[in-house]
Design a protein around this ligand. Sequence first.
Ligand code: FAD
Length: 317
Amino acid sequence: MEVHVMGSDQRIVRCARVSFGKDEKVDPERDKRLIRFLFRHRHASPFEHNIIAFEGTKENWLSVLGRLESPAVQIYYSGGFIWMNLRNAINSIEHLPEGIFEEVKRFFPATWSIVESGGNISDEGLSKLPYTTDRVFLQEKVETSSGWVGLVDKLELGTDMDYYTFIVECPLFVARQWHRHRFGSYNEISRRYTTYDIKFYIPEVLRKQAKSNKQASIDEPVEEPFHTEFLKEIKRLIDESHTLYERMTEKEVAKELARGILPQFMKTRYYWTVPRIALDNFITLRTHEGAQKEIREFAEAIREMVGYKGTDKKNRL
Ligand SMILES: Cc1cc2nc3c(=O)[nH]c(=O)nc-3n(C[C@H](O)[C@H](O)[C@H](O)COP(=O)(O)OP(=O)(O)OC[C@H]3O[C@@H](n4cnc5c(N)ncnc54)[C@H](O)[C@@H]3O)c2cc1C
């Protein structure tokens, strides 16, 4: 049976460590302990960025679905393949066809042994486990005016459920818009954990409010001297709020509260794993002229990187 996998043991760790901004380093011993910790404490979302697709018919798929006890397990059928992420595979392994287990174990040897042990594996046991890593940190990276987007990995079988993982760095208000796209998985830096690498987007141009559309802007700067004055004020306020944040955290104000003073221009960073059908929907909605320029640039960069296949047009609504 054809089985395709996107990801590695390390992918889980990367998506977990983005919480404190340390997603690039590989340290197999610490990484394996982190996977054990995540599994024991049911921190499940980092497991969602690994994807498994195996050949099967709609009948095979329905038969798996029919045996599931939990309504929360999400398994999809598209283009002759049955698709799921590692979280769903872990939650349904006893119902999957023979052969899947071996492949999952081959691609995620450390993770799978931890799962099999129920999380009860010693440090010594962990150190003996093989560990798989990503080939590269990023396959491609594109800068936009407010941040950057990088392609981590993709699994393309020519179906609506082909999967892509990106890293995005963007201002908070862009992330708010982005996270409304619910079909997919996100893991994001946590400002409850870390004061690491705080950066801000300062627009070059303060665009004017559109008159025809209450939520849009036009490609024209506000008049001088206000343009220069407002930009100067923005920079001053950002500096002041950042300084106050640093003073508060130095004096042990909890990061989860101190962050409240940081403005929406602050950047955040997250992993986004998304199926093609939801990615195309994102591209359609966010490259449209009605979308905000900053998110439009990201959607255009993504379209350049991985194309647009129009799979979202199959939806009536
Ligand atoms: C220009 C613009 C302005 C916007 N303004 C606002 C605003 O003022 N306020 C606001 O809250 N949002 C706003 N949004 C967000 C918008 O309402 C959507 O939440 C967002 O675009 C994500 O689209 P989606 O639901 O199709 O995508 P996803 O959530 O990624 O879903 C992908 C597809 O999966 C299916 N799907 C997912 N979840 C469900 C579900 N629960 N039930 C049925 N089908 C589902 C649908 O087919 C959907 O198209 C705006 C979006 C745009 C582009």
